[in-house]
Design a protein around this ligand. Sequence first.
Ligand code: SAM
Length: 355
Amino acid sequence: MNSALLLEHLRELIRADGPLTVERYMDIALWHPDWGYYATHQPVGARGDFVTAPEISQVFGEMIGLWLGETWQRLSAPNPVVLCELGPGNGTLMADLLRAAAVAPTFRQAARIHLIETSARLRSVQAQTLAAAAPTWHYSLATVPTGPLLLVANEFLDALPIRQFERGADSWHERGVGLTADGALSFVRNPAGATEELPDWPVGSIVERRPAARDLAHDLGCRLAHQGGAALFIDYGYFPPAPGDTLQAVARHRRHDPLRNPGTADLTAHVDFAAFAAATTAVGARTWGPVSQARFLKALGVEIRARRLAAGKNMQQQAQIESGCRRLLDETQMGTLFKVLAITGADAPTPAGFD
Ligand SMILES: C[S@@+](CC[C@H](N)C(=O)[O-])C[C@H]1O[C@@H](n2cnc3c(N)ncnc32)[C@H](O)[C@@H]1O
């Protein structure tokens, strides 16, 4: 029902003004206030459409909590410090990292919890999960209080809409979403040449650009360069830059056609870590990595933590802890595709995990 209404809305927009850019299509399919994916679905978790690292194993959030406490120490323990999460989903990562951070009570006492979240549904889930932490919500970084900042974001950048460009024989052309003769959504190519500066990849290549990530990198980079702190981004993506169509849709833990039943599937695309890092260093920040998720978590001692957690548990619980940890680290699962990038001010010491 919602999907049929959203599809009709998209058809009307295309009939009135021509094909939508992929960026606008993603934005409407994800964020239409009544029929968009985030207004109508519970995205994250076993009962949702996809599972993220914090939902797989508590050791993920615990390692991030230890990293934040250690980074806070390395930054000379600013008090107070803003501890902010971008796109907290169910609030699981923040809950786990705060539990781990409690081993450093001075850090926990200094931390003021702020969450950046646009989904009203997920805000109410976070309000329940994180009631004890008394967080403050924001729609963007702009309203997060100034001062030293520790920021974490897991699978946030991949959710931001992308633009896609196809290399034709003559020049690059933006990809869009139009209609077939019988009214189905289909990818089309804007006949006018793209005005963006794009790399010299072979004819037929597709490249992706993510304006919202570039704007965030700019604002965050300026802030870390001038006010101090550190940010940690964990996501799936590529480094160095590469061509390719990475737009994907997932519903009920299965791949979906991104143009079928809009509003019923989560739409994401791989993160271009080089582009994101470059937009922060351009304004005076410093980046570390990206390193693979496996390398980062192992450097922080995730395997030791998982063994300790399993000790004294029954066999079924031990097997669950072990398989969760393997899923985070295994090369064929999340260990290599997922990468970790840290951003700090120019003079900050090397963050843990990036030595
Ligand atoms: C894929 S989920 C990841 C959830 C969580 N970080 C985890 O690891 O389980 C993406 C999260 O980012 C939020 N989000 C997406 N786009 C956003 C935006 N432009 N501003 C703020 N939050 C956004 C979503 O509502 C959701 O909470």
